[in-house]
Design a protein. Sequence first.
Length: 263
Amino acid sequence: MATANARKPLISGNWKMNHNHFEAIQTIQKLAYALNSADYAHVDVSVHPSFTNLRSVQTVLQADDIPIALGAQNVHMASHGAFTGEVSANMLTKLNVSFVIVGHSERRALFVEDNEVVNEKARAVLAANMTPIVCVGETLEQRRSGGAQDVVGEQVAHSLAGLDAEMVAGLVIAYEPVWAIGTGETATPHDAQLMCAYIRSLVTELWGDAAAQALRIQYGGSVKAATAPDLLAQADIDGALVGGASLDPAEFARIANFRLYQP
Ligand code: 13P
């Protein structure tokens, strides 16, 4: 089955603040059981447990040689120091973490992270040889007032400010409209495609075509097994950042295997 473009899709499970470490171990074991090597040939998969569960999940992935990438949900921008309660990028690298979500809308809204903070975190992730998944997305009010593209454009430009084209080529942007997160409301494939195409055109403008063509753009916001195939059939959607549905390994495996259900 043809994928929409040459970029390998990345399906990421953001477990948010769910699962203790026992539950995390069970979840990763069930997920690994539901996917096989043919699946990994078509899709990259990452899971993003809480900090307290990273080591447990890493041990399972390593012991059984499972090609699921380990991801974190957040990071602090400093390399070390007196930042009580925070976790540095180097600590994550040491645990074989390869992807780090930065600027999730919950962190932007609940923990007051602005584009400058997101930019510093993205740089820290890159400096530690990991890949940032930089989240952007508009609120319902911003969409209703017709300002969605401006908001997302500003988030992309400022969150990635100062990065060079090679860095941008290697990273992941997740377009997650805030109104679609945890609400059961999904952007239509057409609307999601429009915004992802806009993001790619902006990246072309700011960093050049090679970076824009290499960059992976995920869609996130109430993605389910039933909605993933149509969303991922869109030309500029290269993956999904999945919240609630990633807690169920069978459902998440079906999302990762979206190609089998594509129109
Ligand atoms: P839901 O899939 O639960 O809407 O969450 C999306 C999300 O925020 C992923 O980062």
